[in-house]
Design a protein around this ligand. Structure first.
Ligand SMILES: NC(=O)c1ccc[n+]([C@@H]2O[C@H](COP(=O)([O-])OP(=O)(O)OC[C@H]3O[C@@H](n4cnc5c(N)ncnc54)[C@H](OP(=O)(O)O)[C@@H]3O)[C@@H](O)[C@H]2O)c1
Length: 206
């Protein structure tokens, strides 16, 4: 699958490597332009391409947005329309400034700024170093580290669940975008090294 990644920080780089190694075509962007990403793309290998935000969004059949939450207004919403978009972002007021979410979950708020995008919250509750290291396709699903995912779009959620399995983790359906409040910073599952059964218990998703 062609995958566009918006953001080339800790999470963007980890996902670019894992997904490229799993056989996907990856295009990645940052805030400073593709010329600043050429070395990274070369290091990652597997034909990873450096793009602008707009081009990465256009390129991806699926797009991952993994920029700091406060940068939501910079996302190329026109190019994201109709696409499955994974939202990894967490809202940290000390980093992102005061943002009124209007009582919405972080991802439901984000989705409002991407009209027509099929938003799936995933990879927000795992530390980047663990994402790099803990996937293991050799393990049965039940024993793998669980990744909670949430979306209002069941088909989009399934696409993301398949990707998560391909990179050695176990997807755990955590309901709708509003339900994703239970995987935000400060919740029991956030950053927790839990396998599928443990994560189901923590989230009450038995
Ligand atoms: N780090 C973790 O362990 C972790 C775990 C789960 C979720 N998250 C969440 O995932 C998101 C990304 O985290 P991170 O740790 O990967 O961040 P990071 O290391 O600080 O990297 C942020 C990336 O976003 C890019 N960026 C910033 N503004 C942008 C814009 N307007 N357009 C395009 N790219 C832009 C930056 O590009 P430049 O360098 O060019 O500015 C950089 O490549 C955050 O919301 C974070 O809370 C992080």
């Amino acid at each position: 699958m062609k995958i566009g990644i918006l953001g080339a920080g800790h999470i963007g780089k980890a996902l670019a490597r894992l997904l490229a190694e799993a056989g996907h075509e990856v295009g990645i962007s940052n805030s400073r332009g593709p010329e600043t990403l050429r070395d990274l793309a070369e290091r990652l290998g597997h034909g990873v391409r450096a793009y602008t935000n707009e081009d990465a969004a256009r390129f991806g059949e699926l797009v991952i947005e993994t920029v700091p939450f406060g940068k939501y207004a910079d996302l190329p919403s026109v190019q994201l329309k109709g696409k499955v978009v994974i939202d990894t972002a967490n809202y940290y007021p000390q980093r992102d400034g005061d943002i009124d979410l209007g009582g919405l979950s972080e991802s439901a708020f984000m989705a409002r700024h991407m009209p027509g995008a099929r938003v799936v919250k995933a990879f927000n509750a795992i530390h980047a170093a663990h994402l790099e290291a803990q996937g293991d396709t050799g393990k049965p699903l039940e024993e793998r580290r669980a990744i909670p995912i949430a979306s209002d779009d069941a088909e989009a959620k399934q696409v993301v669940a398949d990707l998560i399995e391909q990179i050695g983790f176990a997807p755990l359906d955590n309901g709708t975008l509003e339900d994703s409040k239970s995987q935000q910073p400060g919740t029991p599952i956030y950053g927790k090294e839990a396998n599928l059964k443990q994560a189901r218990d923590i989230l009450g998703r038995g």
